[in-house]
Ligand binder design. Structure first.
Ligand SMILES: Cc1ncc(COP(=O)(O)O)c(C=O)c1O
Length: 399
């Protein structure tokens, strides 16, 4: 059979990230690879109670089709959460999506044609790269430092790409680097979006998980001209399995989003939406987020201390003040895959840097996750990883 695939379908079946995550799932392996929340904190009992209540009180509605924009009860819950981000809005500006992954997909579908330029942080969230690529995007990478996307590089990118359709950014505790964009740069980014009249897709799955530094306002809250589309999710503060995310946009865009959503999957699972809304009504989400934050902070501290003690000289890393990831750069290494292979020989998994870049990857980089590794595995895993780095750094890559 000769399948006549569309241009959106990947040309090969190579799935390096899938292969890494498969290898990392081996129980022998200490995995710093995935981006999973700590399962021991899922509020299983409370979700059971919420589900029972939903079935008892509005079972028929929860099992029925519902609106593309999402269940009003949940959109009201989302509006309350948005206050924390400095976004004061109403439920008609909010659409529920099937995770923020779908928000990225719908946004790409809405704004990109084959060859459209998308401006991204270098590096950026790898599954957003996959989505933008599937719509034929041309990537324009913008350099970052510890303070997030560099604004002079962004302006250069905007000048060189006057037809750019989107700036995609994860300004707080970015995936993969854990870095946060400063207040000054946030203001500048919003100013540039207006000046060059380009839409910004602000993706904020991790912002609530902060243990250090002051809360910074979202780009959306600074936007006076309607250039910022904001996306949030329940995945990191509650449960990724329920697949609930949201988009916040101007009413004119909201109409387009709900039409696109309708053609994609009609609506997000009604039962999940009702259960989620009920959970938020009956429980204190802020208390729950505090528990998540405390645990991740503990794990991050353990990891950072071990890194500072055992990693070879010259290796640098980011300093996250929250979220789930840190980013490591190993000097003089030509292939990130080489680092991964050396780590796997010692039964430790990380995600090599390459798939986080739309264009040319920076070699000798990798992402480490700390949220999903129990404390007793962290120090030993870092020690093994340090040995792997020693090995690779003493034998410069030939691949
Ligand atoms: C930056 C970023 N955006 C979006 C997502 C997708 O999240 P969701 O589970 O809400 O689809 C993730 C998941 O890890 C992420 O890190």
């Amino acid at each position: 059979m000769n399948y006549k695939f569309s241009n959106r379908v990947p040309k090969t079946d190579n799935d390096p990230v899938g292969d890494i995550l498969k290898a990392a799932a081996d129980p022998k392996v200490t995995s710093f690879a995935g981006g999973l929340p700590a399962p021991e904190l899922f509020p299983v009992k409370q979700v059971k109670a919420a589900a029972d209540k939903v079935l008892d009180e509005k079972g028929a509605a929860a099992l029925q089709y519902s609106s593309a924009q999402g269940v009003p009860e949940l959109r009201n819950v989302v509006c309350k959460r948005l206050e924390v981000e400095g976004i004061h809005t109403t439920a008609d500006h909010v659409m529920i999506a099937t995770g923020s992954q779908q928000s990225i997909d719908l946004t790409a579908k809405m704004f990109l044609d084959e060859g459209s330029a998308v401006i991204v942080e270098d590096p950026t969230y790898l599954t957003a790269v996959d989505v933008f690529r599937s719509y034929g995007a041309h990537f324009v990478g913008v350099d970052m430092d510890e303070d997030g996307m560099k604004m002079d590089s962004l302006e250069e990118a905007l000048k060189n790409n006057p037809d750019a359709r989107l700036i995609y950014t994860v300004p707080t505790f970015q995936n993969p680097t854990g870095r946060t964009m400063t207040m000054e740069r946030r203001k500048k980014l919003v100013e540039l979006a207006d000046k060059y009249d380009v839409m910004v897709l602000e993706d904020n799955p991790y912002g609530a998980i902060r243990w250090e530094g002051e809360n910074l306002p979202s780009l959306k809250s600074l936007d006076k001209t309607g250039h910022v589309i904001y996306m949030g999710t329940m995945s990191k503060i509650f449960s990724p399995g329920l697949r609930i995310g949201w988009v916040v946009a101007e009413p004119k865009l909201m109409k387009k989003y709900t039409m696109m959503k309708q053609s994609a999957d009609l609506h997000t699972d009604s039962f999940s939406q009702y259960v989620c809304a009920q959970y938020f009504t009956d429980n204190d989400i802020n208390e729950h987020v505090k528990k998540i934050t405390a645990l991740y902070h503990k794990r991050e501290q353990l990891m950072m201390e071990a890194i500072d003690k055992y990693f070879p000289k010259g290796v640098s890393h980011s300093y996250p003040e929250g979220g789930m990831f840190l980013w490591v750069t190993v000097p003089g290494v030509k292939s990130s895959q080489q680092l991964f292979d050396a780590a796997m020989k010692r039964n430790v998994a990380v995600v090599p840097g390459d798939p986080f870049y739309g264009n040319q990857p920076e070699p000798g980089t990798f992402r480490m996750n700390y949220s999903n590794t129990p404390e007793d595995g962290i120090v030993d895993g870092v020690k093994q990883l340090a040995e792997a780095l020693d090995e690779v750094m003493s034998e410069p890559a030939t691949k």
